[in-house]
Write a protein that binds this ligand. Structure first.
Ligand code: TPP
Ligand code: MG
Length: 378
């Protein structure tokens, strides 16, 4: 079975971009079909997308502060990557399943994961994050790089075996989206996922956020050829998008997911930038320049969508209201997290075996001893 390419020439020199860094629409013959898809988003939708980005950013900054105050073990910021995420979140249909890495906070919030559930995961108060059946198909975060490239592909193969895709009904056919990064693309699991996805015509789209860094390793080291070209070599239809452009992300992801749910798996390389540190354990000044960071600050996806909304006649007050609402949510979250006390660290052992196990009992005892050696309840 052959599938028509949705993405055109393999030799693009620029990613698909519908909104430029100033928030103006980029019109061209090549962009016309993408604009047509983006037209599914009303001005109200676009304003709502902006609201999600602003809320996620405030949440993210607050979580970083809470980590610094000792309330979270670690925080993984998504600052700068909200544009691609919001487009993809809006492009996915209700019946779709999402397999994230660990930086997809906007997608998680969009699918109904509560801020507290994400916070509790990084406090160590929840080992499994959340129940995907209660969060509209949002699977839990995966910190082990690229493992979920396999889980998501296997899940998509299951959808096909169940006959829950490829009936021609986009409103019902299911698809899967897996998010991972430029560094993860080097893992064997990522390549194996691509092989099985194409071989079994699995209904899946790999959404790869190329944020230019895998901790301190630049994306240029991960692949000598662009990642989307590598995906084409595996037989996937692949697109390269401006990952800070919510409209391009929406249009291309919608089209790719709808092709995937009919049996043509896809791959999107979203060109973006991790504006913050890799995690709160990282110091990016050790490996990248201020100039580079500054050049990406000028391409901030939130400022870009805000400029577009102003151009569309959205009132300043509506944007200010979203900022205020986000600030209120963040301060509520802060209050709750500060009140939450210290998460129990030892119940991790209770869920390894269904019955008590001598090795677990011993490890639990040793952890308690170790923690007691610090004195107090630090
Ligand atoms: C299998 C495995 N190897 C190494 C690590 C350590 N590690 C955590 S994040 C990371 C870099 C990931 O980079 P990328 O895929 O580009 O995603 P980003 O963090 O930039 O979003 C590494 C090597 C890990 N978590 N799992
Ligand atoms: Mg990366």
């Amino acid at each position: 079975m052959t599938h028509p390419s949705v993405t055109g020439a393999a030799t693009a020199t620029e990613p698909i971009r519908l909104l430029d860094a100033e928030g103006s629409l980029v019109e061209s013959d090549a962009n016309a079909p993408w604009h047509e898809l983006a037209a599914q988003l009303s001005t109200d939708d676009r304003l709502a997308m902006h609201g999600e980005m602003v809320r996620t950013r405030r949440f993210d900054v607050e979580a970083g502060h809470l980590q610094r105050q000792g309330k979270l073990g670690l925080w993984v910021p998504s600052i700068g990557q909200e544009g691609g995420q919001v487009g993809a979140a809006w492009a996915a249909r209700e019946q779709d399943t999402i397999f994230p890495s660990y930086r997809e906070h906007l997608i998680a919030l969009h699918r109904g994961v509560a801020m507290d559930q994400i916070i509790d995961t990084f406090r160590g108060a929840r080992h499994g994050g959340w129940d995907p059946l209660e969060t509209r198909g949002m699977r839990i975060y995966s910190l082990v790089i690229a493992t979920h490239a396999l889980h998501s592909t296997g899940y998509a193969m299951g959808i096909r075996l169940d006959g829950a895709c490829a009936t021609g009904d986009a409103q019902r056919d299911e698809a899967v989206m897996a998010f991972y990064g430029d560094g993860a693309a080097s893992q064997g699991d990522a390549s194996e996922g691509l092989v099985f996805a194409t071989s079994y015509e699995a209904p899946i789209v790999f959404f790869v956020q190329n944020n230019k860094w895998a901790i301190s390793v630049p994306s240029t080291r991960q692949s000598r050829s662009p990642l989307h070209e590598r995906a084409r070599g595996f037989g996937l239809d692949a697109a390269w998008i401006d990952g800070n452009d919510p409209l391009a992300s929406f249009a291309v992801t919608r089209r790719m997911l709808d092709a995937a749910r009919q049996g043509a798996p896809g791959y999107i390389e979203a060109d973006t930038y991790r504006m913050g540190a890799h995690t709160t354990s990282d110091d990016p000044t050790r490996y990248r320049t201020r100039d580079e960071e500054e050049s990406w600050r000028r391409r901030d996806p939130i400022a870009r969508l805000a400029a577009h909304l102003r151009e569309q006649g959205v009132a300043e007050a509506a944007l200010a209201e979203q900022e205020q609402e986000a600030a209120d949510l963040a301060s509520d979250l802060r209050r709750r997290t500060l009140e939450a006390g210290t998460a129990a660290s030892d119940d991790i052992f209770d869920h390894v075996y269904s019955e008590p196990h001598p090795l677990m009992t011993e490890q639990k005892r040793r952890l308690a001893e170790f923690e007691a050696s610090f004195g107090g309840d630090a």
